[in-house]
Design a protein around this ligand. Structure first.
Ligand code: ATP
Length: 359
């Protein structure tokens, strides 16, 4: 029997265009939930620059506490580069990902007609390890993973663990199994013999558990080239944190840019965080022209994921309707935004999605 318990979902706008693209993602979710009779308890929570003003911290303790009671949340982009220097003006990303054990960042890339994609028929997903690697703000218990022993020398620590590698690889294998059953792991074990070597070993160890999945590997620099020339040859791609960060932006560039780059942060099944790949785009904030696709699609992925993980069939159907409505809106040049060859803006795109949902 389907679980009809209300889903508890947080709304965290983030900064800059976050205040434009998160509310409309909630609007279309509400409409889809109504359509399929899905109960959702929404909880708006302070975060980012506005939270610094109102609560004295970019990630107020009350926000962190409230998140612990939720099934998932929508996190808008964070403009931390513009935060003032100080202990209360931190980038919340690493804390959220670490604290909630959101170790896999699922970033799909898909081409659509007429929006300026460099290739047709692209449909791949990069699964990026989220909590270790080279990122100095999350690879240490205390302090930063970067050191400057003297003015001439800077060192960066890259952390690769067996557990971290194994669990992100497993998430990718599971995803591959639901898709075209092809997994490619990306590394550079020719140079990083121990660290990438460990990641490779863990991917290889899991392969026998997934005999139905075709597994291969590509060295990261070769992959960067092949992604541009032949993106259709990939299905699910798994890699370490920084490689994944760079390659997923490259992938977005193939299909219309950052406005087309959704993402979902997942862990071991408890909670899920919808977070688009792009930043807060302060250059276009406040003008109503931001492309809400990536945020809407991230939100849609969250409901689909929750539908499956909580046994909530309505949420699965809700995700399917949202997918159809969003895809259809992308085909409407009057509705879609300028970055993807449209004549519309955030509001017209949203209206088109809502219209399609109600059809
Ligand atoms: P971060 O390092 O925080 O990820 P970034 O340096 O990658 O940020 P973004 O804020 O992601 O920068 O934006 C890069 C450019 O892409 C911006 O100048 C913006 O014009 C464009 N862009 C990003 N997101 C969108 C969007 N949703 N709609 C339209 N344009 C966008």
């Amino acid at each position: 029997m389907s679980n009809t318990e209300a889903l508890r979902i947080g709304i965290l706008d983030g900064d800059d265009i976050g205040h434009e693209i998160v509310p409309v993602s909630v609007d279309i979710s509400r409409a889809a939930a109504e359509l399929h009779g899905v109960a959702i308890d929404w909880t708006p929570l302070p975060i980012g620059a506005r939270a610094l003003q109102t609560h004295g911290h970019t990630l107020p303790p009350e926000t962190l506490e409230a998140l612990k009671t939720l099934d998932g949340w929508i996190l808008g982009p964070i403009g931390h580069r513009a935060y003032p220097k100080g202990p209360n003006a931190i980038n919340p990303h690493p804390i959220l990902r670490k604290q909630f054990n959101l170790f896999a960042n699922v970033r799909p890339t898909r081409s659509y007609p007429d929006i300026g994609c460099l290739h047709d028929n692209v449909d791949l997903v990069i699964v990026r390890e989220n909590n270790e690697g080279f990122q100095p703000d999350r690879n240490m218990l205390m302090g930063s993973g970067e050191f400057r022993p003297n003015d001439e020398v800077t060192l960066s620590v890259r952390v690769i663990t067996r557990t971290g590698s194994r669990r992100v690889a497993r998430a990718a294998f599971e995803l591959a199994r639901q898709r075209r059953k092809h997994l490619t792991y990306i590394h550079k074990d020719t140079v990083f013999k121990l660290s990438c070597g460990m990641f490779v070993e863990e991917c290889q160890k899991l392969a026998p558990e997934y005999p139905d999945v075709l597994v291969d590997d590509v060295i990261v620099d070769t992959f960067a080239m092949r992604l541009v020339r032949d993106p259709q040859s990939f299905d699910v791609v798994v890699t370490t944190n920084m490689f994944g960060d760079i390659l997923s932006d490259e992938a977005a560039g193939l299909v219309g840019g950052l406005g087309m780059a959704p993402g979902l942060c997942i862990g071991d099944g408890d909670v899920v965080m919808a977070q688009a790949t792009h930043g807060s785009a302060p250059d276009i904030a406040g003008r109503g022209i931001a492309n809400p696709y990536a945020m809407m699609e991230s939100t849609r992925m969250m409901f689909e994921w929750l539908g499956h993980s909580r046994g909530n069939e309505g949420a699965v159907r809700m995700g399917a309707s949202m997918a159809q409505a969003i895809t259809q809106a992308l085909g409407d040049a009057d509705a879609r935004t300028g970055d993807i060859r449209g004549k519309g803006n955030t509001a017209t795109f949203t209206q088109a999605v809502l219209r399609n949902l109600r059809k």
